[in-house]
Design a protein around this ligand. Structure first.
Ligand SMILES: C[S@@+](CC[C@H](N)C(=O)[O-])C[C@H]1O[C@@H](n2cnc3c(N)ncnc32)[C@H](O)[C@@H]1O
Length: 455
């Protein structure tokens, strides 16, 4: 499984993530201070955007457009109520690191994405359609929010929307309840996308994420975590304990220190494996996609985590990573068991862990892995199961999209390893489109058993 997966991550970055020999003092020297990276004031050149953040912006913009296009498939509705929250908004514009051109920050990208999605949704409609969006931009730096207001008011995509754009000067956590109340006061669906693009890893307590999902079950959260900073600074100090407390990880402090001391080169991977499980379990969201950014220009490797309560949202984000094939990667397997993602050093020796770029090779490997692993997964159900249930049960565990899984199931049906039945029990031909309500089971004929015994 590990052969042939393209590795795009530079060694320096990889060693930071996986516990190689990165020299801490070198890392420190190259890392810019927070002030240098994110400082905006009117009349000054905007800060440079790291190349790895360009990928994040690309994902954000494309995801919002995809979200709207999925929810506007029904051509009868004439509006979509949606709230977009940028909890760490920044100043609205950056300098491109290579071209030196001014490029939009995340609040403007949100506005652009909605404006473009609205144009697309109107194609082929007789009745005009509007994305009834409310935008909440939270920023705690006074000069930065002033800068943001100016950028937003000059952005063409804010035209006719200014009364729906709310600038909130202050701390995200302190304003969360107010934002939730505003979202709940509109309509019934309470659809919302929260971008929590913190700098570092301590500004978003896990309690905030749980609160969002408890109050707004249809919300989705995109969270960045500078995970290599966290692992890099594992120590016994009180200040590290306080940082862990924000993430509800303080009980792991001793364990992390022990792992750091005892696990040789693999210690970062060990800790990151624990972090993965923890973020998912304490988020209150059923569905989760963990990705890290393959940064070619920065030591700040980070994870981009997408949380939602619905497998469709998770699938849409996964499709996007395949479509964009940008700097995002994950370590690990092509089939199921992805959350181990190769972050589980007990499963795969560290030096053999593949990185998984969403490219052609990875697609082929994913298909091969699905063809082997779907029957194994299906055997856990002990009979037939609706396809949607099979998907929901396994969705967090694979980089495959739903379309890739149904393609593999159809191939397995063609090979007579799997049988597909319609809801009313009629066996279906293997080349038909798989419906969510179709039931699938291991073939009851001898073919499957015999083939496996022979293999
Ligand atoms: C990484 S930058 C955000 C960049 C922005 N999302 C983008 O991509 O254009 C983080 C911003 O969050 C602000 N910030 C830091 N802590 C905050 C908090 N607790 N609440 C709100 N804003 C905060 C900083 O001043 C900084 O402008």
């Amino acid at each position: 499984m590990s052969n042939g997966i393209k590795c795009q991550m530079p060694n320096e970055q990889k060693s930071l993530l996986l516990g190689g020999d990165a020299d801490a003092s070198q890392v420190k020297k190259k890392t810019k201070t927070k002030k240098e990276l994110y400082e905006w004031s009117i009349g000054k050149e905007p800060p440079l955007l790291g190349l790895h953040s360009i990928s994040k912006h690309e994902v954000l913009e494309a995801y919002i457009k995809k979200y709207v296009s999925i929810l506007t498939k029904n051509k009868c509705a004439d509006q979509l109520m949606l709230s977009l929250v940028d909890g760490f908004a920044g100043g609205g514009v950056y300098t491109h690191p290579e071209t030196q051109q001014r490029i939009p920050g995340s609040p403007i990208l949100m506005l652009n994405a909605i404006a473009e999605a609205e144009v697309e949704a109107n194609l082929g409609r007789r009745k005009p359609f509007r994305v009834n969006g409310q935008f909440y931009f939270v920023e705690r730096s006074a000069s930065t929010i002033e800068h943001l207001k100016k950028e937003v008011s000059n952005a063409p995509s804010s035209a006719n929307r200014m009364e729906n754009i709310h600038f909130i000067a202050g701390n995200f956590t302190e304003n969360l309840d107010k934002i939730i109340a505003k979202i709940k006061s509109r309509g019934k669906a309470h659809r919302a996308i929260f971008l929590l693009d913190q700098y570092g890893y301590t500004a978003v307590p896990m309690a905030d994420i749980r609160r969002i999902f408890y109050e707004l079950p249809r919300a989705e959260v995109i969270l960045t975590i500078a995970v290599d900073w966290l692992t890099h600074f594992v120590n016994e100090s009180e200040s590290f304990k306080r940082a862990l407390k924000r993430l509800e990880l303080e009980r792991y402090q001793d364990l992390f220190v022990r792992i750091r001391e005892d696990h040789g080169r693999d210690w970062r991977a060990e800790i990151q494996h624990i972090l993965h499980g923890h973020f998912h379990q304490s988020s209150g969201a059923e569905c989760y996609t963990p990705f890290f950014v393959n940064s070619v220009d920065s030591n700040r490797a980070y994870w981009l985590l997408h949380f939602s309560k619905h497998s469709t949202a998770r699938d849409a984000m996964m499709e996007l990573h395949w479509d964009l094939n940008n700097h995002f990667e994950h370590f690990g397997k092509a089939g199921f068991g992805m959350l181990c993602l190769g972050f589980d050093p007990r499963q795969v020796p560290l030096q053999n862990q593949p990185t998984f770029a969403f490219d052609k090779d990875a697609r082929e490997l994913t298909r091969e892995a699905l063809l082997i692993e779907i029957p194994e997964k299906l055997s856990e159900f002990g009979g037939s199961t609706p396809y949607q249930m099979f998907f929901d049960r396994n969705v967090n565990d694979t980089p495959a999209t739903k379309a890739m899984i149904s393609d593999a199931i159809r191939q397995l049906a063609k090979d007579k390893d799997i049988e597909i039945f319609s809801e009313n029990g009629k066996q279906r031909a293997c080349d038909v489109k798989l419906n969510d309500t179709d039931r699938i089971r291991l073939a009851q004929t001898e073919t499957f058993l015999l083939r496996n015994i022979k293999d």
